[in-house]
Ligand binder design. Structure first.
Ligand code: BGC
Length: 615
């Protein structure tokens, strides 16, 4: 009897001590049964306390779910958001609801959010998208010039306003995170992502990148009009050898820092909440596995305190088997993984890696906390759904006016012999030719409606030709072919030529030539019996090697990829806007000069960085 009492006392003592131990230290993860504290749900609690309260209650599965990002097109079932505690979804280029309207985007993202809120801890999703020149996946959204054109404006205030307008359109559709701005410093125009950068010069990129981040994130991330900004791609995506996409930057640490790291200082100072790692390597080492750069430099030196995300399936490019790739990336400092497809395999691998001790639980807690801080800052726990009152801003007149202003400011007048420009609105017979004169898809370039973009009427907008038609007076006749104008006393011929749309991978180009048919437009125009002056407009994401065609033209304008508001091009042609655009990149004489960048020894491009005429 006494023995039994003694044993009971011992048991009570052990239980008491165990309880005391857990009360002090806290269990590593909860058993997932009950929510023991709802402190994290209270908006009045400081964010660090909310994060600690929440993380201390999460199971390993719930934590891993937060670190998992899935493209919505690969969701096996919407219920998997709940089943696997997914923390984030994305729409990659063109991953749109079957009916592509702003409303159906909002319905879609709200539907996913409802599933996430049904989980035990009701942690809202964060939804990411590439709104890299406006909310470009959404039919009817305002499509602004790609960054290279914005670089030509050099105008921080404009870029801030574009980013703020984009944030409204994005948030309206229930999306809270932009994979942008791209603050690459492209050094080689052969790279298919050259146009995603503001220019080849670090100070310019730094200034404009910070303006974009401030515009996206606003004063306060929790405002319903702001979104999280993601600076990408860390690091030296624009410094790869031969301009190869996902290639290797074979450069010294001095150059890495002076050119490619430089804009990250301003980006982090501006409060960028997210950084995406680059597909590329530095001297043979994949960025996704580079702990020195992702942790020591980015967090340690630069003081980044947001969360990092991998690029699309990028961990699978790391050395080793799948589990080793996952462990390498997470241990190097990737907080969230854009899986984006086989999420069940990823989740299982993560759990195995933690259980086998390959990824420390502390690293998981750190990653999850980094993500949750931003979810709290965005106010997602309080307002998880699309603010539908903003839907009317998608493609609104006010936003299109900012677009038109940006287009006008981005035109770079490189040649204007005999001051042929500006044209008079009273011009009698104007010929407008070239396969890109009336082509919204080409004006928008890649990352528009679809991943690579495409030609034609892909979304509502004003083509260059529409813009010209709006500005000419009643006395003007516009001909759209030289044949139609035969026998007519032609006053000027405008040739709109350039590149077909492209994006990453498919846009790499070792020759950078105008297509044969496009060269022909310029040649025919310049040889035309009328002797009319030729104005060449180049729609492209980069300089093309076209010195002979520039020589054949009386005037030459780099129009970049202006987006949906072609009226801004016409504003410059007719002098409603006196051009101010300056080259954000050096313009090579021919392909043998590529790469050529300001500051190079024996620098002698056709047009130097910063060049641009006015009237
Ligand atoms: C690109 C990223 C983009 C991601 C999601 C990747 O292929 O490199 O820039 O954010 O896809 O669309």
């Amino acid at each position: 009897m006494i023995k039994r009492i003694k044993r009971s006392l011992l048991l009570v003592a052990i239980l008491g001590l165990t309880a005391l131990f857990f009360a002090c230290v806290g269990p590593e993860t909860s058993n997932g049964n009950e929510v023991t504290s709802v402190l994290y749900q209270s908006a009045n609690t400081p964010i660090p306390d909310r994060v600690n309260d929440l993380v201390s209650q999460m199971t390993l599965e719930e934590k891993v779910g937060q670190m998992t990002q899935v493209d919505r097109q690969f969701l096996v079932s919407e219920n998997h958001i709940k089943k696997y505690f997914l923390g984030s979804l994305l729409s990659g280029g063109g991953s749109a609801p079957s009916v592509n309207t702003p409303e159906s985007w909002a319905d879609m993202t709200d539907g996913y959010q409802e599933k996430a809120l049904e989980t035990r801890l009701s942690i809202p999703l964060i939804y990411g998208i590439d709104a890299v020149h406006g909310h470009n996946n959404v039919y009817g959204a305002t499509v602004f010039p790609h960054n290279i054109g914005l670089g030509a404006t050099g105008d921080e205030d404009l870029i801030y306003r574009i980013a703020a307008a984009t944030a409204e359109e994005v948030r309206a559709t229930g999306i809270d995170w932009n994979f942008g701005p791209c603050i690459t410093v492209p050094q080689d125009e052969r790279w298919g992502r050259h146009y995603e950068g503001f220019g080849e010069e670090p100070q310019l990129v730094s200034r404009l990148g910070a303006a974009a981040i401030t515009g996206y994130q606003g004063e306060n991330l929790s405002d319903s009009t702001t979104i999280l900004a993601g600076a990408k791609h860390f690091l030296a995506d624009g410094g790869t050898e031969g301009g190869r996409d996902r290639g290797d930057a074979k450069i010294s640490e001095e150059e890495l820092r002076r050119i490619h790291l430089f804009p990250y200082y301003a980006a982090i100072e501006a409060g960028a909440g997210n950084v995406m790692a680059s597909f590329s390597s530095w001297n043979g080492e994949q960025m996704h596995g580079n702990k020195y750069l992702l942790q020591d430099v980015l967090r340690g030196e630069l003081g980044f305190d947001g969360f990092t995300v991998s690029d699309w399936a990028a961990l699978t490019l790391l050395p080793g088997n799948y589990d080793q790739q996952v462990a390498l990336g997470i241990n190097a400092g990737i907080d969230m993984v854009m899986v984006p497809d086989d999420y069940i395999r990823f989740i299982q691998s993560m759990i195995r890696n933690v259980e086998d001790g390959n990824i420390p639980v502390e690293r998981i807690d750190e990653a999850v906390s980094n993500i949750l801080v931003k979810k709290f800052e965005l106010g997602l726990f309080e307002d998880p759904f699309a603010p539908r009152d903003l839907l009317e801003t998608v493609g609104s007149d006010a936003h299109r006016a900012i677009g038109r202003e940006a287009v006008a400011k981005s035109q770079v007048l490189l040649k204007n012999e005999g001051s042929i420009l500006p044209l008079s609105n009273d011009i009698k017979n104007l010929v407008v030719i070239g396969s890109l004169s009336d082509n919204i898809g080409a004006q928008c370039g890649g990352w528009t409606i679809s991943w690579q973009g495409s030609s034609g009427d892909i979304t509502p907008g004003t083509s260059v030709l529409d813009g010209i038609k709006e500005l000419v007076g009643e006395n003007t006749t516009i001909y759209t072919s030289l044949d139609d104008a035969s026998g007519v006393d032609i006053d000027a011929i405008i040739c709109v030529v350039g590149e077909r749309p492209y994006a990453e991978m498919q846009g790499d180009n070792s020759k950078l030539e105008l297509a044969f048919a496009h060269k022909n437009f310029i040649e025919e125009a310049s040889n035309h019996s009328s002797g009319a002056p030729v104005i060449t407009l180049l729609i492209s994401g980069r300089p093309l090697m076209m010195t002979p065609q520039i020589e054949m033209s009386d005037a030459f304008i780099a129009s970049w990829l202006p987006g949906t508001e072609g009226g801004g091009v016409a504003d410059v042609l007719f002098g409603d806007y006196n051009p101010t655009g300056k080259l954000p990149v050096s313009w090579p004489r021919d392909i043998s000069q590529v790469p050529v960048n300001v500051g190079d020894e024996n620098y002698d491009p056709l047009y130097p960085f910063g060049f641009g005429l006015s009237y």
